[in-house]
Design a binder for this molecule. Structure first.
Ligand SMILES: NC(=O)C1=CN([C@@H]2O[C@H](COP(=O)(O)OP(=O)(O)OC[C@H]3O[C@@H](n4cnc5c(N)ncnc54)[C@H](OP(=O)(O)O)[C@@H]3O)[C@@H](O)[C@H]2O)C=CC1
Ligand SMILES: CC(=O)[C@@H](O)[C@H](O)COP(=O)(O)O
Ligand SMILES: [Mn+2]
Length: 356
């Protein structure tokens, strides 16, 4: 396989699953974490390696190293692997997704931003999602009429905070996720509830038109539920580990044990909560966005630009949601093709970047 984002949270889990099932690793792609990359090279012997910055090439213990975003596209094109695992974070993952699909490869897709920004122009028939909720929906899906597909949210780092204190929350505060250990950006997205809005869009592109909703389940033991027309509701329970979705994305016929079962007697009780717009203001654009899912490009660009400003301490935590809502109201044009997606993304980032 080709693994993009090998040093991240999903990348590291993917290599653990690959080791367990003896899956060949042809290409490793990462950003700046060369120390971890060198350990991965020793363990998995990839043929080619790509890193973000040419200045770091001399630190990499490999004879075939390239750098930069064009090199990522080139190694995908040149690879013989049928499967690309895209575990890059953010909009920079979109071109690799499009390139891999253009080469006829299958994609195990963790990079949800690809679908959020460009879902209308992506052939999902060759995509297996690496996202716990979508894995849960896929696992539950049967040949029966469905009424509603429901995904769960943890509520993020601030689900129990005094709402009046949220504006002054720091980057370190956002990283205290109650249940999952993940990369920095998705953990911020979990705290704003942007992650769940993205996941509703992701579900819409993967499973088609229909009713989608989300609720908070505070232990992240249920990942998805399906309400069937007959009145039955089924739920997918599993411990909070990405190795289960990853194992199926690498091998759809998976029939090995990956995790221990959830012991309901040990769990004792479960708690469900509504997602409210006072704590999670972005939730107010959810319906409009689901009606017009192609507008995801605006929300994604505004989110990434606002997160950068939050990290730079130029804006407060609640301003991330405010920035997204303002951009969503201002940029109403729908992309008609992939070029439009890149144009709109650039326009939104420019607009937010020039604001004081
Ligand atoms: N973590 C999770 O459990 C889940 C994650 N996802 C999604 O999966 C994706 C990855 O998330 P996660 O693993 O948490 O993120 P991380 O931040 O942990 O990892 C991101 C990876 O991308 C690499 N990277 C960043 N910039 C570049 C660049 N310019 N060129 C090459 N590589 C780069 C990083 O390299 P380096 O670290 O070396 O700089 C790292 O390997 C996201 O889209 C997220 O929303 C979805 C569901 C669950
Ligand atoms: C592991 C996974 O799939 C994440 O997307 C997770 O769902 C994030 O947690 P939240 O439910 O807090 O968004
Ligand atoms: Mn998820």
């Amino acid at each position: 396989m080709v693994l993009l984002g090998s040093t991240g949270s999903i990348g590291v889990n993917t290599l653990e699953v690959a080791k367990k099932f003896n899956i060949d690793v042809e290409v490793l792609v990462c950003g700046k974490n060369i120390e971890l990359l060198n350990k991965q090279i020793l363990e998995h012997s990839p043929k080619v390696v790509v890193i973000a910055d040419a200045h770091d090439i001399h630190k990499v213990n490999h004879s075939n190293v390239f750098s930069g975003s064009d090199a990522i596209l080139k190694v995908i094109e040149d690879s013989s692997s049928e499967l690309v695992v895209n575990a890059l974070v953010g909009f920079l993952g979109l071109r690799p997704t499009l390139t891999a699909l253009g080469c006829g490869k299958k994609i195990a897709l963790a990079n949800k931003e690809s679908l959020v920004a460009c879902g209308d122009f992506i052939d999902v028939s060759r995509i297996q999602p690496i996202d716990s909720e979508h894995f849960g929906l896929w696992y539950l899906m049967q040949d029966r009429p469905v009424e509603k597909m429901i995904i769960t949210a943890s509520g993020g780092a601030f689900r129990d905070w005094d709402i009046n204190k949220l504006q002054n929350a720091t980057l370190a505060d956002t990283q205290k996720h109650p249940n999952w250990s993940m990369g920095q950006k998705i953990t911020i997205d979990s705290a704003t509830m942007v992650n769940k809005m993205f996941e509703l869009l992701e579900a819409r592109w993967l499973f088609g038109k229909g009713e989608y909703d989300a609720i908070i389940e505070t232990k992240s033991l249920i990942h998805a539920l399906i309400d069937f027309k007959d009145g039955s509701t089924t739920a997918h329970f599993a411990h909070a580990s990405m190795q289960l979705p990853i194992a199926y994305a690498l091998d759809e016929k998976m029939n090995e044990n990956i995790l221990g079962h959830v012991d309901l007697l040990k769990v004792g009780s479960l708690e469900f909560r509504e997602i409210t717009t006072d704590r999670y203001p972005v939730w107010q654009i959810r319906e409009e966005l689901l009606k017009n899912p192609s507008r995801g490009v605006v929300v994604n660009a505004a989110n990434e630009a606002a997160i950068q400003k939050f990290i730079n301490k130029e804006i407060g935590f609640m301003d991330i949601s405010k920035t997204i809502i303002e951009a969503f109201e201002k940029f109403t044009e729908m992309p008609k093709n992939v070029d439009d997606v890149f144009d709109i993304d650039a326009q939104v980032r420019r607009e937010i970047g020039k604001r004081k």
